[in-house]
Write a protein that binds this ligand. Sequence first.
Ligand SMILES: [Zn+2]
Length: 125
Amino acid sequence: MQIGCTLGDRLYQKVDMNILEFVSKFPDEQSCRLDFKNKREDQGVFCKKCSSEVHYWLKNKWQWQCKNSNFRTTLRSGTIMENSNMPVRSWYLCMAQIKKIIQSMSELVSFLQVLVKLEQIVKSL
Ligand SMILES: [Zn+2]
């Protein structure tokens, strides 16, 4: 029981720390939108109309415009956020929490594997 409580406390602290880190890194919607824009540009923005990767950034509209076809691509176009009105910051918070949950589940699996090995050792005594 002591081991389980310690693990639970540790997992809780990690999630709690993650929220503090998140708030520090992304204090508002603008910081999330800018980060998302930079990440999309790092991966390359592709035009749906002509497949060109060369775009202008329309600062006031928060859209890319294809240099070849003038087709416009929104910040959310082609992503999981495309048909959502939820703020980018809310998406980021959800994704950060899901990431932490997956990491916590991975730690839990490792912990359970140790318990199984311990059980095997105890049975062999
Ligand atoms: Zn184009």
